[in-house]
Design a protein around this ligand. Structure first.
Ligand code: PXP
Length: 258
């Protein structure tokens, strides 16, 4: 499938839906439902612009067969999150998702805790990124909103960065308004820095975003795509998956000219 990267020329950020937690529910019982594939197809029907899945080393939610099934059946783009390991490189080169997003991974973490330390491993990551790109895959690096990490990502030849919005989200959940404002400023500055350093780099953002906190991030000019999972699946418990996608998109776009 080919989709132009300039499709959001209207400047509205795209929505990538992370459906890992549908697999989390399935794995909790070791049964074959609910189906992450069916969930992904519903999200696409409801307006998701892409589907994100994280194939973790410990396979705690998404399984290998999910990746292959989705590669066959998604009608938008797959964004495969993974650690930069030899095992994952082999899988990605076989599956050929539209995007790979490289993330740090610790076995004991509840979710991806921090951004990838790109600055600390530029030569290794440059080689890794090039191998993925040689297989026709676009590569995004999940990083904290810091200039050193942004320039290192550019040095590695990444097609995109995904700015970690976890600190912004957590400050909001803890009602630390000033802290959240400061985190928002940090993300805005990171977007401006990325644009200044390389005008072709795509800038995504994600982690911890909800209907309540997404608007301020979605309003930042220059953000290409937001990747959102946990809060959307939580909303879906009450309103259903399709409606949850519609409500999230509305929350993203509120106040922005279409
Ligand atoms: N982006 C990245 C790189 C992630 O690792 C995750 C979590 O898997 C997300 C976005 C989505 O985060 P959340 O589930 O908190 O919306």
């Amino acid at each position: 499938m080919t989709i132009s990267l300039s499709e959001n020329a209207s400047k509205l950020p795209l929505l990538g839906v992370n459906i890992d937690h549908v697999a989390t529910l399935r794995q909790a019982r070791g049964v074959n439902y609910p189906s992450p594939l069916d969930a992904a197809l519903l999200c696409e029907k409801a307006g998701a612009d892409g589907i994100t899945i994280h194939l973790r080393e410990d396979r705690r939610h998404i399984q290998d067969f999910d990746v292959y099934e989705m590669a066959d059946q998604l009608t938008t783009r797959m964004n495969l999150e993974m650690a930069a390991t030899t095992e994952m490189l082999a899988i990605a080169c076989k599956v050929k998702p539209f995007w790979v997003c490289l993330v740090p991974e610790k076995r004991a973490e509840l979710t991806t805790e921090g951004g990838l330390d790109v600055a600390g491993q530029v030569s290794e990551l440059t080689a890794y990124v090039h191998k993925l790109q040689a297989a026709g895959i676009k590569v995004s690096l999940f990083i904290d909103p810091e200039e050193t990490q942004i320039s290192a990502a550019i040095e590695c030849g990444a097609d995109a960065i995904e700015l970690h919005t976890g600190a912004y989200a957590e400050a909001g959940l803890a009602d630390k308004v000033e802290r959240q404002d400061a985190e928002l400023v940090r993300i805005k500055q990171a977007v401006a820095t990325a644009q200044r350093l390389n005008h072709t780099l795509l800038i995504n953002a994600g982690h911890g975003l909800t209907r309540d906190n997404v608007n301020a991030i979605a309003q930042i000019d220059g953000i290409y795509e937001l990747n959102i999972g946990h809060a959307l699946i939580a909303d879906a418990i009450f309103v259903g998956l399709e409606q949850a996608v519609v409500m999230l998109k509305n929350a993203m776009h509120e106040g922005k000219s279409q």
